[in-house]
Design a protein around this ligand. Structure first.
Ligand code: KG4
Ligand code: ZN
Length: 340
């Protein structure tokens, strides 16, 4: 079974062909980052326009690279939520058109379930149940993946997502967009114990996250320096980046390991754009070893947005009968534990 997958939820126009959910026959991604960088973040209107311009050639290349005619595709999977609505609609309408003309089934995929599925591509033997820490630009979730399409949310952020916190802190430190990777680079030259930053917990659920207080603490450090009439020195930027990164990683790993420990779960996975962060991967790997857990992490090439992960999850959604008709819509928000 070969699935053509389309992903346009944010600033990457992507298409891929994936066989039986695990084997990537092709994966093409057109990144718009250079253009959005000029504005310090994604401009939704520009993102939609670029998707419209790129979607045909990106898909053509994915089919070409897979070495097969379009007619050999068995189904089309597309990210239907969550994301920028204008951007999502480009992919969803394009996928609908393809399904109508080819007479093939249409499979809507939740973007965040796609991030989790990046692990199925890397590990041929990985099967649910397991627990997953999902950390992206828009989401920070701890979930129980009880089946390929059976999710239970255990914890979530009450305000900023982890990636969003990285991006906002990078901006205030004068680092480029998207911030995560630049914070990681600056942190490599900094002292992670230079600043003690808050680790806010959340009333009511010890597995929930809140990153806005931590972000504000960093903003205050920068403002205090500015009020004395000076810009931060390079070493201070590096030290703040390193201290911030350490604090975020300790919060994420601490709550995830506690949630897994409470539930007696020994099979753990990481997913989402922030899973590219070396400090987070290292900390989680150490914690997993200390607690006798197996830890699955996506390859760096599949941490960010791509269509291969959508093709993988699309296969499992298809097997579970989660298809859509041509009246299917796109949604800017959608619960990860609710199937389409
Ligand atoms: O999953 P993703 O590509 O897009 C969404 O679905 O949101 O995640 C993007 C987020 C951005 O906030 C970016 O700064 C963050 O992932 N990110 C990182 C790293 N690489 C990307 N954060 C920390 N360290 C990284 N190396
Ligand atoms: Zn994503």
């Amino acid at each position: 079974m070969k699935i053509l997958a389309i992903e346009t939820s944010c600033d990457e126009t992507a298409a891929a062909v994936v066989e039986k959910g695990r084997l990537v026959l092709s994966s093409v991604t057109y990144s718009q980052i250079e253009e959005h960088k000029l504005y310090g973040g994604v401009v939704p209107e520009i993102a939609s326009r670029r998707h419209t311009e790129q979607i045909v050639q990106v898909t053509r290349k994915a089919i070409h690279d897979a070495g097969m005619p379009l007619s050999e595709i068995d189904a089309v999977a597309v990210t239907a939520a969550p994301g920028l609505i204008g951007a999502l609609l480009v992919g969803v309408n394009f996928a609908k058109g393809l399904c109508l003309s080819l007479g093939k089934p249409l499979v809507p995929v939740h973007h965040i379930r796609g991030h989790v599925a990046a692990n199925y591509i890397r590990y041929a033997d990985l099967q649910p149940p397991f627990m997953c820490l999902i950390v992206s630009g828009g989401h920070s979730h701890i979930v129980e993946v009880n089946g390929y399409t059976d999710y239970k949310v255990v914890g979530r952020t009450r305000d900023d997502a982890a990636g969003e916190a990285f991006d906002k802190v990078a901006r205030v430190l004068g680092l480029s967009y998207p911030g995560g990777v630049h914070i990681e680079k600056a942190a490599a030259n900094g002292d992670s114990s230079a600043y003690a930053l808050p680790k806010p917990s959340v009333d009511g659920n010890p597995c929930d996250f809140s990153f806005s207080g931590l972000k504000t603490a960093v903003i205050n450090l920068v403002h205090r320096a500015n009020q004395t009439g000076r810009a931060l020195a390079g070493t201070e930027v590096n030290d703040i980046a390193a201290s911030f990164q350490r604090t975020v990683c300790e919060i994420l790993a601490g709550r995830f390991m506690a949630a897994a420990g409470e539930r007696g779960c020994k099979k753990l996975a990481l997913a989402g754009g922030v899973s590219a962060n070396g400090a987070l991967r290292e900390l989680l790997q150490t914690a997993a070893c200390e607690n006798g857990c197996e830890l699955y992490m996506p390859p760096l090439s599949l941490c960010g947005d791509n269509a291969a992960m959508i093709g993988s999850q699309g296969y499992f959604e298809y097997l579970d009968g989660h298809m859509a008709g041509l009246t299917m819509n796109a949604y800017p928000t959608y619960a990860v534990d609710k199937s389409f």
